[in-house]
Structure formats: structure tokens, C-alpha cells
Design a protein around this ligand. Structure first.
Ligand SMILES: Nc1nc(=O)c2c([nH]1)NC[C@@H]1CN(c3ccc(C(=O)N[C@@H](CCC(=O)O)C(=O)O)cc3)C=[N+]21
Length: 299
């Protein structure tokens, strides 16, 4: 049976480290990091995230600012708000919750954020910095996965890593980070030929496709490490009529039988994503003030 990588406990540890750094920043320099979250409309998938995010931001000693805009907000209104936040010296991190309503151009909106405040790491400048191995803001979910992998394995050098999923938010930046740690990296996706055989080669499998339980245990090489990025809500009639439960992109029970280590859903990658958002806000704040970024909390 696989060892369970406890993302919830690890995330609490990371938030503790962030809180210590924040306290130090305030004591030594009188600086308090600030995070602004912009939510347009009421996407149900985003609700869970926003709730715990604001609470945890305050818990680590940072300022949390929330801007909730109606779903029909015109693009120039949103762009003006971002311009204001870019110019606000008390705000070090800006997160625009995705997905945005259809009438808004998310690439344009994301690229209007000051790259130094882009704590999601989605701005084209940060994507380019990450791809060339320069100091970037790194997307929170892949950063959290990397931290768990480094913690579990020590060095990742020379390992065979397969990332299933090619999204800009997870798959592509995850592959860059693994490459940066000297893994041999394959990005697989829906058109990959013989996906089962590709996944079976991997020492590290990162599943980020957004399809419930699509990776079965017999695709996993015995002893491999499985990182499950998926958060899918599926019907759970066994819990009663109309009830649901959260599952990942891997079939947990069968994968846990063969894997050496596995992250659960919930309690794996999700909590690490939020912890890394706070770490990124701290990093952005340090860099904005000409201070070194916190050790162990960056890529
Ligand atoms: N610009 C932007 N950046 C994001 O990072 C972003 C976003 N937009 N839009 C929405 C998604 C979703 N997301 C989650 C993060 C953590 C959990 C999380 O902590 N989940 C818990 C379980 C929550 C539950 O019980 O429902 C867990 O996996 O243990 C969930 C979802 C970040 N997102």
C-alpha cells in the first residue's frame, strides 16, 4: 500500500513558515503583505476556494482584500480595478479568479496585472521567466506539487515524470518545474497514443486533466509517486439521494495499491495550492521591497 502524502498537514506547515516570515517582515521593516482577490460573477467551483483563502490570508498575518463584481461587469471596469490595484503600494499580490464570464477576455485581463503582483503566475512574462529558469511568480498548484515531491523524494534528478494534462494553469508549468529539477518529462494529453503505456513508465505521475478517476491502478508502475491534481464532484448515492463526493483524476483505491506514495483528494494538492498562494504573496512582497525571497517557499 502506498504512503499517503498528507497535503493538508504539509500545507499547514507551509502556512506556519509563511506566518513566521510575515511576522519578521512586520517587526524588522514594518511591512505587511497584502493580497487582493477579484471575483467576477458567482462560479460555483470558485466559491470553495475563495472562502478558505480569505480566512487563511488573515491567519498568516497578511491583509486580505476582496472585490466581488457582478457577472455582467464590463471589461474596462475590470481593467480599471486592476490598474488601481497595480498602483496600490499596500497590495503585493493580485488574483483574478478564473474562469471569467464569457464576455471577458481572460488573456487580456491576466496580462493587465503587474507581473510582479501576479501571484497566480499566469502573466505571459511569468510564463516566459519560468520557461527560461529566471525568477518568476510560479503557478500555485504546480508549485505545491513540486514542494510535496521534493519533500518526499529529496532530489528528483533523473526521474521519469509524466504529466497528464496540458493546461496553462497546471500541466505546462508543472512540466517546466519538473524539468527544472532535472526530471525527464513527458506531457501526455487526450490525444496521446497508448496513454496507459506512457503513464506506466513514470516514476512520478501528475494527473491534471479534470476527469474524475480516469487513471486506473493498472496504469501505475509499482512504487511510483502519484500526485492527483483533480478535484471533481461526483454523485454519491451510497451517501443518500442527491449527495455528492469529491474525487481526483486518479482512481484512488486501485492506484494506492500499486503506488509508492499518493496524494488524497480532498486533503492533497488543494490545500497546498492555497498555501502556495500565500507563499507567493510573501515572495512578491519581499521582492517589491528589495528583500530576498523566503527560502524553501519558492521554486
Ligand atoms: N485565478 C485562479 N487561481 C486559482 O488557483 C483558482 C482559480 N482561479 N479558480 C478556482 C480554482 C480552484 N482552486 C482550488 C484550490 C484549492 C482547493 C482546496 O483546497 N480543496 C480542498 C477541498 C475543498 C472541498 O472540500 O470542497 C481539498 O482539495 O482538500 C480547491 C480549489 C483554485 N483555483
Amino acid at each position: 500500500m502506498a504512503q499517503i502524502i498528507d497535503g493538508k498537514a504539509f500545507a499547514a506547515k507551509v502556512r506556519g513558515q509563511v506566518a513566521d516570515h510575515v511576522a519578521q517582515l512586520r517587526a524588522d521593516h514594518g511591512i505587511k503583505p497584502g493580497l487582493a482577490v477579484v471575483l467576477v460573477g458567482e462560479d460555483p467551483a470558485s466559491q470553495v476556494y475563495v472562502k478558505s483563502k480569505g480566512k487563511m490570508t488573515v491567519e498568516v498575518g497578511m491583509t486580505s482584500v476582496e472585490h466581488r463584481l457582478p457577472a455582467d461587469t464590463p471589461e474596462d471596469t475590470l481593467l480599471s480595478l486592476i490598474a488601481e490595484l497595480n498602483a496600490d503600494a499596500d497590495i503585493h499580490g493580485i488574483l483574478v479568479q478564473l474562469p471569467l464570464p464569457d464576455h471577458l477576455d481572460s488573456d487580456l485581463v491576466i496580462n493587465s496585472i503587474d507581473p510582479a503582483k501576479d501571484v497566480d503566475g499566469f502573466h505571459i512574462s511569468n510564463v516566459g521567466l519560468l520557461g527560461t529558469g529566471q525568477d518568476a511568480m510560479v503557478p500555485c498548484t504546480p508549485l505545491g506539487c513540486l514542494m510535496m515531491l521534493r519533500d518526499y523524494h529529496g532530489s528528483l534528478s533523473g526521474m521519469d515524470a509524466v504529466v497528464v494534462g496540458r493546461s496553462n494553469i497546471v500541466g505546462k508549468p508543472m512540466a517546466q518545474l519538473l524539468l527544472g529539477d532535472s526530471c525527464t518529462v513527458t506531457i501526455a494529453h487526450s490525444r496521446t497514443k497508448d496513454l496507459a503505456a506512457v503513464v506506466k513508465r513514470a516514476d512520478i505521475v501528475v494527473a491534471a486533466v479534470g476527469r474524475a478517476e480516469m487513471v486506473p491502478g493498472d496504469w501505475i508502475k509499482p512504487g511510483a509517486t502519484v500526485i492527483d491534481v483533480g478535484i471533481n464532484r461526483i454523485p454519491a448515492p451510497e451517501k443518500g439521494e442527491g449527495k455528492t463526493r469529491l474525487v481526483g483524476d486518479v482512481h484512488y483505491e486501485s492506484c494506492a495499491e500499486v503506488a509508492g506514495a499518493i496524494t488524497p483528494v480532498p486533503g492533497g494538492v488543494g490545500p497546498m495550492t492555497i498555501a502556495c498562494l500565500l507563499a507567493n504573496t510573501l515572495t512578491a512582497c519581499c521582492r517589491a521591497n528589495g528583500l530576498p525571497a523566503p527560502e524553501g517557499l519558492t521554486a
